[in-house]
Design a binder for this molecule. Structure first.
Ligand code: MOS
Length: 708
């Protein structure tokens, strides 16, 4: 093992392809005879299609077919049983064009297939739909009285239910977070091509194996008949975990016209078609002694879901795991609305729950007159309060120490609205962060070629974090080859199966499988070299002597027994300095220091990029992002990047991620906890807490509006 390739900054091996435009994303796929499909979406949230007139569209230039529920192929639309972990555990996914029912705004009601994209776009405008509208159920806060228990989220009571009433001091507040929408640079697209009964899909996907399973069941065909290819993903953040209806539409369209079909969603359609972070309302009540030790924690969450699936997420998990508190109650409730089903979006649930919890901790700190960092230290959980297991490793106290030192926490005044710089009000705020470290089984294949190079193949995705590069580093280290001699091929169901590229588990899951495959390959090469009396490090000569083109090995890795004995999580602490204009209330994030402890960091350069992305995402959540819905039609009224705000460079101050060295022998053979989602957890709370410190005004609703 050549350890010098691990734990150093390595530029992306796929960088040149990305910056020269040769990386082929789903929508870049061009096939001979390819036609273009455009989805026609529902303008209303609830009701029936009374009539759909496609005559004008069919007569438009270049149009090959128009599919609606009247003429689309009937599909079996079977469901995985049990559903994959990325799908809601109850309900049925929306199978497009199977009936006249309208369940959510933006639901596909027709698809137009034409020779060119402009022809298809034009014809799509000519499809005339007559609606039989019904009153929709819209608005989470307007329908709290209809909340129901989430089927897969039991109420949890730990300790004494009456502890809050008896606590010496307490705070009890309500926090809301607007719906947020994935806005990756790359829009979703699918190219479908049938060859007899075999289907190939070029798709934007975080899990090609799951898309294959889903489409096989929806169409009632064998998985072996389907190949899903997704070598590059231009950002996804959770929107490409499931196979959304447009993937089925593309396959359906290609089947009907008997030619390859590309279906690309436009930016506006993305706001309805690929899920979103659900609108949430949370109540957090904290009871404590005057020494600051938590005596009671009550966290109740209300989240929206669709009328056809119950989507839930780990909103309340941090409240059961982040601090030592003997008496904890968590309750999760869902409100069914006429919206598309929400879906994971970067640290799903965790980020929303930690926003409320970490703001509440800040409020408690002021209530008690205890420094916010000190309050968290006093409630540090030495073992996982939820399971009672020891942590496999935990460096949260070190994160507090390093983060506080770097931001200059000791200059912070205990009282709010006491710090100024010129006319600006200055505030310092902080928050803890945690993200569970998980691992799933993966396979991988490694090959040695006659020219001495090596190749790794696995179905895994790389939506941007640097999977290509990290896997190349692991292969190079294990085979003891220079990095330049390794190629990595991913995102294809023809390669050994990988788990979902989500939940921050890719490196922890796929990395060890690549390591195992390379080890097996190396042993094979060494045995052959000994037999042939060759130099065991001259792989090319060994392959050539065998008279073969390649020497290959496939291996797998799966979670060991360690998870039975240890709780595993990455931790961090964010420290933020904001400045607020005292007259306009304008909030600027001047600086964020994020101390992150996520086990071993394999690639300091791509890890730093991920941390920066998380911090910027946190600024977006705190100050910018909100899907504004019209409560009559349910439609998002700001479905574009001019009105759905994401941070620009001018909105982002100085960002300083700091990786806390951490050795974890239990979490997986590589010792990496998975960084990914940790850096965004807690950022919005740290910003909100800094804004309170600057202004003395507490706003509990995200995104924060100008603070006066
Ligand atoms: Mo991430 S929300 O697990 O893609």
């Amino acid at each position: 093992m050549n350890e010098t390739l691990l734990g150093v900054p390595v530029p992306r091996i796929d960088g040149p392809q990305k910056v020269t435009g040769t990386a082929c994303y789903a929508a870049d796929t061009r096939l001979p005879g390819m036609l273009y499909a455009v989805q026609v979406s529902s303008a209303i949230a609830c009701g029936q299609v009374a009539a759909i007139d496609t005559q004008a569209a069919e007569r438009a230039p270049g149009v090959r077919a128009v599919l609606t529920h009247d003429n689309a192929p009937r599909l079996p639309c079977r469901q995985q049983d049990p559903p994959p972990p990325v799908d809601p555990s109850t309900g049925h996914y929306h199978c497009p064009l199977q009936d006249a029912r309208i369940r959510y705004p933006g639901q596909p009601l027709a698809v137009v297939i034409a020779d060119t994209p402009p022809q298809a776009e034009h014809a799509a405008t000519l499809v005339h739909i007559t609606y039989a509208a019904e009153p929709p159920v819209l608005g989470l806060l307007e329908h709290l009285d209809q909340a129901k228990a989430a089927p897969d989220m039991d109420d949890v009571v730990r300790g004494d239910e009456g502890a809050l009433e008896r606590a010496e001091r307490c705070i009890d507040q309500v926090y809301t977070i607007a719906p947020e929408h994935h806005n990756a640079l790359e829009p979703h697209a699918t190219v479908a091509v049938w060859d007899g009964d075999n289907l190939t899909l070029y798709d934007k996907s975080q899990w090609v194996n799951n898309v294959r399973r889903h489409v096989a069941l929806a169409f009632g065909i064998g998985e072996e008949c389907i190949r899903v290819i997704s070598p590059f993903v231009g950002g996804a953040f959770g929107s490409a975990l499931r196979a959304w209806p447009h993937v089925l539409l593309a396959a359906m369209a290609a089947r009907v016209v008997g030619q390859p079909v590309k279906l690309a969603l436009n930016r506006e359609q993305l706001f309805a078609a690929i899920g979103h972070r659900p609108h949430t309302r949370q109540r957090v009540a904290l009871g404590a002694g005057s020494d600051g030790r938590l005596a009671a924690l009550v966290h109740e969450g209300w989240a929206e879901t669709s009328v056809f699936e119950d989507y839930s997420e780990p909103l309340l998990q941090a409240s059961r795991r982040l601090y030592a508190c003997p008496n904890v109650i968590t309750r999760y409730r869902l409100v069914e609305l006429n919206i598309n089903t929400p879906t994971p979006m970067r640290a799903p649930g965790q980020i929303s729950g930690q926003y409320a919890l970490e703001c509440a901790m800040d409020e408690l700190a002021y209530e008690l007159g205890i420094d916010p960092v000190e309050l968290r230290r006093r409630n540090h959980a030495e073992a996982d309060p939820d399971s009672g297991k020891p942590w496999s490793s935990k460096s949260l106290l070190e994160c507090y120490r390093v983060g506080a030192e770097r931001i200059g926490w000791d200059r912070r005044t205990p009282q709010p609205r006491q710090m100024q710089n010129g006319r600006w009000l200055i505030g310092l705020g902080m928050a803890s962060a945690m993200y569970h470290s998980e691992r799933a089984p993966s396979q991988a294949r490694a090959e040695l070629h006659a020219d001495g190079t090596a190749r790794v193949q696995v179905a895994a995705s790389d939506m941007g974090p640097g999977t290509y590069t990290a896997l190349a580093q692991i292969a190079a280290a294990t085979l003891e080859l220079p990095l330049a001699q390794i190629t990595v091929e991913i995102g294809d169901t023809n390669f050994p199966a990988a788990p979902v590229h989500g939940g921050s588990l890719t490196l922890a899951s796929v990395g060890p499988a690549v390591q195992e495959a390379c080890r097996a390959l190396r042993e094979q090469a060494q045995t052959l070299a000994a037999e042939q009396r060759l130099n065991s490090s001259d792989y090319g000569a060994i392959v050539r002597r065998l008279g073969r083109a390649v020497l290959a090995a496939e291996a797998g890795a799966k979670p060991g027994a360690a998870a039975k004995h240890y709780a595993m999580s990455a931790f961090g602490a964010h420290f933020v300095e904001v400045r607020v204009d005292p007259e306009l209330g304008q909030i600027r994030v001047a600086r964020i220091v994020s101390a992150l402890a996520a086990g071993r960091i394999l690639n300091l350069q791509t890890a730093r990029s991920q941390a920066l992305g998380g911090m910027v995402g946190g600024i977006g959540m705190a100050l910018c992002e909100a899907g504004e819905r019209d409560l009559r039609s349910g439609r998002v009224i700001n479905p574009n990047l001019a009105e759905y705000l994401v941070p620009t460079c001018a909105d982002v101050g100085e960002l300083e991620p700091v990786f806390i060295p951490e050795h974890d022998p239990h979490v997986n053979p590589l010792g990496t906890k998975g960084l990914a989602e940790l850096p965004i957890c807690g950022v919005a709370a740290a910003i909100a807490n800094a804004v309170f410190h600057a202004t003395g005004q507490r706003s509990r609703d995200l995104p924060l509006r100008p603070a006066l």
